[in-house]
Ligand binder design. Structure first.
Ligand code: GLN
Length: 488
């Protein structure tokens, strides 16, 4: 019998870097088509155990790979992602491919168009392998709310991969994709990346188009990349970022070559450490790793300062009011008429609506629709939704004040390492409270990167969250590169 502290069987495998893969394709030592086939074989071998992919887009992948091999054979220049096998979270629509958002209500739904971020990946040469499992409508922190079963953490299959983009994080950790896309509304890229030991990016709100993203909470939702190293994650962000006529909230701010930016080093940067993120509830082993990471930044030539973000304690309730209110409005469109599941046996139209929704939505989604509808209802709007919007503003202002003194803020990404499957499913509030370190940046609209920062004694990854002000992704990448290089 394995003892409590023995290391579990792991599915962890480090993907090759973009430049290693592309060197092979360019020099024609390997074919993009063979790389894609190898990934499909790996997926076939391990997906049953890890439940990472919900569906595969094999024909599309092999067609794209053939185009790339053809270009390589003619000596044509490659795109920044040419031949790189990628997967995307199932909340992003892909033309003609099942796009379920992890929900039964969208089972079998095949959208007629591609999300902008997906189209941009492919235009840059990426080979789309398939769609990745996630919490239903991106609501959750453990991937246990997926209607298609939980994803298992490749580091320890008895544990959750985090959520809601659990499949996106786990795919990179197990090398079932070299890079992936996820979405982050309150931590859904950063927390699973930290639980699985990979890099995850929260772009500034508006940096990446939300066109083709099945909406959860529109004022908070962001699309962003996962990769095994900071440089490759930065490359993907440069590809998917930038204005899009199909999303009025996408920003026209100029997009940098973030990989090149990340090469600049972190020397001389001022790093803020907020005391509120090191208070009660933080696992001592996580604290120890993050403190080592901070010391490593100091050794690289950063100046470390204390900063204070006192409104942090209001962030979780504020987030769960704003997010559920917006979700209750966004999810009204799933009524059995236009998309997915329609209840077969209803006498009236109103019965058809309510039966379709009752049968199609899972328990957590229903809980949030009810919470959000309540918060928006006439008699309670001022007390809940309006109040939450005011606190949101205070939180954002507090970050702006802090960024007047520091270039980046570093914190643990999550208070604990990956927990066991089933450990928190009976207590939704405990699950919500664990989002404490990520929902703040979501409410403020600022950007960040989570980067692996060592592991606990039993080998569970710890992630450091590096936050930067609006549109300042370059700084976050520079700091994250320094933490990565320090091999904490
Ligand atoms: N865990 C948070 C929630 O359940 C965040 C989800 C997300 O970012 N999509 O709402």
């Amino acid at each position: 019998m394995p003892s409590e502290t023995s290391k579990p069987t792991t599915f962890v495998q480090k993907p090759k870097t973009f430049s290693e893969l592309q060197e092979g394709i360019r020099s024609r030592r390997v074919k993009a088509a063979d790389i894609a086939r190898t990934y499909y074989e790996r997926i076939e071998r391990t997906n049953e155990q890890l439940n990472i992919y919900l569906s595969l887009t094999k024909d599309r992948a092999l067609e794209q790979a053939a185009r790339i091999d053809d270009a390589a054979s003619k000596g044509d220049p490659l795109g920044p992602l040419s031949g790189i096998p990628v997967g995307v979270k199932d909340v992003l629509v892909v033309r003609g491919a099942p796009s379920t958002a992890g929900s039964k209500i969208l089972k079998g739904y095949q959208p007629p168009y591609d999300a902008t971020a997906v189209a941009r990946l492919e235009a840059a040469g990426a080979v789309l392998l398939g769609k990745l499992n996630c919490d239903e409508f991106a609501m959750g922190s453990s991937n246990e709310n997926s209607a298609y079963g939980p994803v298992r953490n490749p580091v320890d299959p008895e544990r959750v991969p985090g959520g809601s983009s659990g499949g996106s994080a786990a795919a990179v950790a197990a090398d079932l994709a070299v890079a992936t896309l996820g979405t982050d509304t309150g931590g859904s890229i950063r927390q699973p990346a930290s639980f699985c030991g990979v890099v995850g990016v929260l772009p500034t709100y508006g940096r990446v188009s939300r066109y083709g993203l099945i909406a959860f909470a529109s004022s908070l939702d962001r699309v962003g990349p996962f990769a095994a190293n900071v440089r490759d994650a930065a490359t993907v962000l440069s590809v998917i970022a930038g204005p899009d006529a199909s999303d009025a909230t996408s920003s026209s701010a100029s997009v940098a070559d973030y990989a090149a930016e990340s090469d600049k080093g972190a020397e001389g940067l001022r790093i803020g450490v907020p005391e509120e993120y090191f208070a009660e509830g933080l696992d001592p082993e996580v604290r120890e790793q993050i403190e080592k990471g901070i010391a490593a930044l100091e050794n690289t030539g950063c100046t470390v300062k204390r900063v204070s973000l006192p409104n942090t304690r209001y962030a979780v309730p504020t987030y769960y009011l704003v997010a559920t209110a917006e979700a209750s409005a966004n999810l009204a469109r799933f009524d059995g008429v236009r998309y997915g599941h329609r209840s077969p046996s209803s006498a009236t139209l109103s019965d058809m609506y309510s039966h379709s929704r009752d049968e199609g939505f899972g328990a957590e989604v229903k809980r949030r629709i009810m919470l959000g509808t309540y918060a928006l209802s006439a008699g309670y709007y001022d007390a809940y939704y309006l109040k939450a919007q005011k606190v949101r503003r205070l939180l954002a202002d507090e970050f702006l004040r802090a960024f007047a003194d520091v270039d980046a803020i570093v914190t643990p990404t999550a208070p604990t390492p990956a927990f066991k499957l089933g450990e928190k499913t009976g207590d939704p509030l405990a699950m919500y409270l664990a989002d404490i370190y990520t929902v703040t940046a979501s409410l403020a609209g600022i950007c960040g990167v989570t980067v692996p920062c060592g592991a606990t004694k039993t080998g569970l990854p710890v992630g450091m969250q590096v936050l930067a002000s609006h549109m300042n992704e370059s700084t976050a990448f520079r700091v994250a590169r320094a933490v990565e290089a320090a091999k904490v």
